[in-house]
Structures are given as C-alpha cells and as structure tokens.
Design a protein around this ligand. Structure first.
Ligand code: FE2
Length: 290
C-alpha cells in the first residue's frame, strides 16, 4: 500500500519487423529497404506501473532516475565531462563491476537536423531507429571494445564475461516517437534475422570508431513477444537496457525500436534523446581479481 497508482497508457501501433530468410546488407538510404521489412500491429505496454518489477537480469530493462541534465547535449565536452562520469557510476553500481568503459554516445533527433545545422558537423546525430532490432553480436562488441580501449584493455578482457548496456535518456520530455523495448525473455534466437550494414555513419570523428561492417539483427514478429515503453519520459530519467550479455543465466539482449504514438499531439516538439553504450567486464571466476 502507499504505492502511487499510475494510469497506464498502453499503445497499439505498427512496428517494422524483419522477414525470416531476408537478410539486408544495405545503406540506410537504399530504396530496396521495404523488401526487407514488414509492418505489424503490436501492443506496447506502458511499463511505468510495473517499473519496479522489471529487472536487468530477467527482462533486461530497468527505469532509473538519472538527474544529470545538460543545457546543450551537442556540447561534446559537456557530454564527456558532466554526463558520462555519473552514467559510468550508474552502470558500475547496477552491474556490480567497476570495470566499465564508454563505447560511444549518440544523440537522436528529428531527421535532417544535422544537415540544417553546420555547427553539428562533428557531432554524431542520428534519426530514430524505427525497426525492431538488436545492435550487434558478441564478436562485434568485443572487437569494438578492443579497438577503442587499447591502453586500458587487459589481455584477459578478450575472453572475460561482459555485458553491454544502453543508457537511453530524453533530452526533453518525450512527446512523440518513443522507444519501445522487447523483453529479453519473450523472444529467442529463432526470431532473429541477420542484418548487415556498411557505411552506416558518415559523421564519425577521428576519435570514434565503429566496425566497418556492422552485423546486427532484425526481430521477426512472433506471438508472445512482450513490448514495453515508459510513457512521458523526462530528461531526469533513463532507461537502462541490455545490448548483450555473455554470461549464462542473465538476460542477454533486448530488441528495441522507435514507434509512432497515435496519441502524440500534432506539432509537438520532435523527440530528442541521448544514448550511451557502456561495456562492463566481469571477473572470469570468483578467484580472478586481476
Ligand atoms: Fe539500437
């Protein structure tokens, strides 16, 4: 008792899904994309009323307070100096290991914003990822970490258990194009469709890295998939969800995708959000403290 009663705002809407047997290897602007994606109507549960019961180890999704906000999320020094340190602290606390490293930060904004603003030439600004997908596989994340962290990358990390977390945080109150999350326990490998992308991002600076060819996955639609979102997210909040976890008996990955919320008011400010990908390495065994 005493628990605040929240009015759930579940949504029925369309989501793009992969098609079994059809693996794309296309640039983001290739006109053949519609051949590889099918729109399916899904129900997305507003997880606010049950947020306290979701777990990174079971569903792979948790909602957290993340009170650090910035005046300008395109200020890369502010991101690095103000936003990243408490986010790494959060993941160290949630994962239980202090060996956490930032892989990248990405700002998501309305399509075309980067082209309109010359001052964003050196920023990573992407539009919404409006398909049910996973970002990568174990090999890609290990290679990514090895490439990014040469000075701090102990040899044991090449085989150490690890998890990759995505910390997804609104820049302003989310009024449209929210992100939906498919519980890790509600789909299996049989629902995954291989996908590849080359030349994904032309906006990387010299300090950044993405593998030349990214292997990722689309989710094919299947009964029993459980989709969640958190209605009306605020900048002082963050969803933490698993991108990968190599440890057995832990939720390993969460499919996700942006969706059009039919309840969004026409003309509401476009969604802007920031995401940080963080890799956490775990001891290989209980006696391994190196
Ligand atoms: Fe993604």
């Amino acid at each position: 008792m005493g628990e605040q009663v929240l009015q759930a705002r579940d949504v029925e809407t369309d989501m793009g899904f992969g098609i079994p047997g059809k693996s794309p290897d296309l640039s983001p602007v290739d006109p053949r994309w519609p051949e590889y994606i099918e729109q399916r109507r899904i129900r997305i549960t507003d997880a606010r009323p049950i947020a306290g019961r979701l777990s990174l180890d079971r569903e792979g999704i948790e909602l957290h307070a993340h009170p650090v906000t910035l005046d300008d999320y395109f200020d890369q020094d502010a991101v690095a100096n103000v936003l990243v340190p408490p986010t790494l602290d959060l993941i160290a606390r949630l994962s239980g290991t202090p060996e956490v490293f930032l892989l990248e930060t990405v700002v998501r904004a309305e399509p075309g914003l980067k082209r309109q603003r010359a001052d964003l030439a050196a920023n990573r600004v992407l539009s919404y990822a409006a398909r049910a997908h996973l970002d990568g596989d174990e090999t890609m994340f290990r290679d990514w970490a090895a490439h990014l962290l040469p000075a701090t990358y102990p040899a044991r990390y090449a085989a150490a258990p690890f998890a990759v977390y995505n910390i997804w945080k609104p820049i302003r109150r989310v009024e449209n194009n929210p992100l939906a999350f498919c519980s890790a326990v509600s789909f299996t490998d049989a629902d995954l469709v291989d996908a590849f992308s080359t030349g994904l991002d032309q906006s990387l600076t010299q300090d950044e890295y993405l593998p030349e060819q990214i292997r990722y996955f689309h989710l094919a639609h299947a009964p029993g998939q459980q989709w969640y979102y958190f209605a009306d997210m605020l900048p002082e909040e963050a969803v933490v969800f698993k991108q990968w976890d190599s440890r057995p008996d832990h939720a390993d990955r969460v499919a996700h995708g942006a969706f059009v919320d039919p309840a969004s008011k026409p003309g509401s400010p476009p969604r802007q959000s920031v995401e940080l990908r963080v890799i956490a390495f775990f001891p290989t065994s209980a006696t391994d403290t190196s």
